[in-house]
Design a protein around this ligand. Structure first.
Ligand code: COI
Length: 369
């Protein structure tokens, strides 16, 4: 566990209309995901030729934007998601925030946007967490979800990278991502749409990836499913992701538990939870593999009983078991539609670590308070 040191370059201007303790308590009962926001936000402007300007932590509120701002037309917008967790000893820590800072830089490069220095990303996060610590829920599985984002703000309609940007950081007390909690989901394998193609933006956390996914998500709902499963754009047979999350499969092979996730090809998001679970699976004595897995293999391995579980993972929803798979070709149950022991175990191990209830052998936790 490392401890955050602060070199304040942000101007701290506390809100004069912060929520009362009663209002906060009411909002934080059953928080769900991303429905309410804390009292403050961080804003840091960028101008080509001048670099990053003086940042401010100030009252949360609407932005005034020129309607010609290029983000509104050409979509230069990236974001991240990570969490601050109440610790067993009463403190607060974040989980691998530097990994999110680096992925934010990788997303910025792909979208021809400026890179926010890692130190500034972390400083903004720690300042907001400290300022709004009263909004951090205490229960296991609950946390303060931090949402950094960057948008192009130059008022210009030429199709070229903007010369002005705004970095923003907002925070939201969060509980379960899916309304049904951590119950297994039913997924629809999308054959009509692809999420990302080689050379595209699949590895970047850019707003456009999510916008383009919504019609497939709606189709999945129409098929009676909770989420969409994406296939690769070339062969249309290798599994890439589930909704906005990475995906894992669990095999039992000759007495060994093998945890498999699709390899990173450039069109998948390199998830921080994905990377962490590969390590935690090994720590549990499981074999962990990154490789291609096709829909045919998924179906055959389930039918032959070699595959015992499937689950999705991400910062927001942690681990979400997959109970049923549907496509135009058919319908398969996974683990009888129930949460399996490997998904349950990995979820518990990850949450214990994040809440300081278990040792942190990989140095992933960053103490903020
Ligand atoms: C996450 O798991 O943090 C995600 O990226 C999903 C988010 C878009 C809600």
């Amino acid at each position: 566990m490392s401890t955050a040191t602060s070199t304040p370059t942000l101007e701290i201007r506390p809100s004069d209309h912060a929520a009362s303790a009663e209002e906060r308590a009411r909002k934080m009962t059953n928080p769900g995901f991303g429905r309410m926001f804390t009292d403050h936000m961080v804003v840091i402007p960028y101008k080509e030729g001048e670099g990053w300007g003086r940042g401010e932590l100030k009252a949360y509120g609407p932005l005034a934007m020129d309607p010609a701002s290029s983000v509104l037309h050409y979509g230069q917008a990236i974001f991240e998601g990570f969490k601050a967790y109440a610790q067993k000893d009463g403190g607060v820590a974040t989980f691998r925030p530097e990994a999110n800072a680096r992925r934010f830089q990788a997303s910025a490069r792909r979208l021809a946007m400026p890179e926010l220095p890692e130190a500034l990303f972390l400083e903004a996060a720690y300042a907001l967490i400290r300022q709004d610590r009263a909004w951090i829920p205490g229960a296991i599985g609950e946390s303060l979800y931090l949402r950094p984002l960057m948008i192009a703000t130059e008022a210009a309609l030429g199709v070229r990278p903007s010369n002005e940007y705004l970095f923003l950081l907002i925070a939201s007390p969060s509980g379960a991502y899916f309304a049904q909690g951590v119950k297994p989901v039913t997924v629809w394998i999308s054959e009509d749409y692809v999420r990302a193609a080689p050379g595209g933006t699949g590895f970047a956390k850019c707003a456009g990836n999510y916008a383009a996914s919504l019609v497939a998500q709606r189709q999945a709902k129409g098929e009676g499913c909770d989420q969409v499963v994406w296939l690769d754009a070339i062969h249309r047979k290798y599994i890439e992701e589930m909704g906005g999350m990475n995906i894992f499969f669990v095999y039992q092979e000759k007495g060994e538990t093998v945890v498999v996730t699709p390899e990173l090809t450039g069109s998948l998001l390199p998830g921080v939870t994905r990377d962490s679970l590969l390590q935690l699976a090994k720590d549990q004595g499981f074999r962990a593999e990154e490789r291609k897995i096709s829909t045919d293999e998924w179906e055959a391995a389930l039918k032959e009983g070699r595959m015992t579980e499937a689950f999705a993972c991400g910062t927001a929803a942690v681990i979400t078991p997959i109970g049923r798979v549907k496509s135009r070709k058919g319908d398969w149950l996974v683990n009888g539609g129930e949460t399996g022991p490997v998904a349950a175990k990995l979820r518990q191990v990850l949450l214990d670590l994040q809440h300081g209830a278990a040792p942190d052998p990989h140095g992933w936790m960053h103490r903020v308070i």
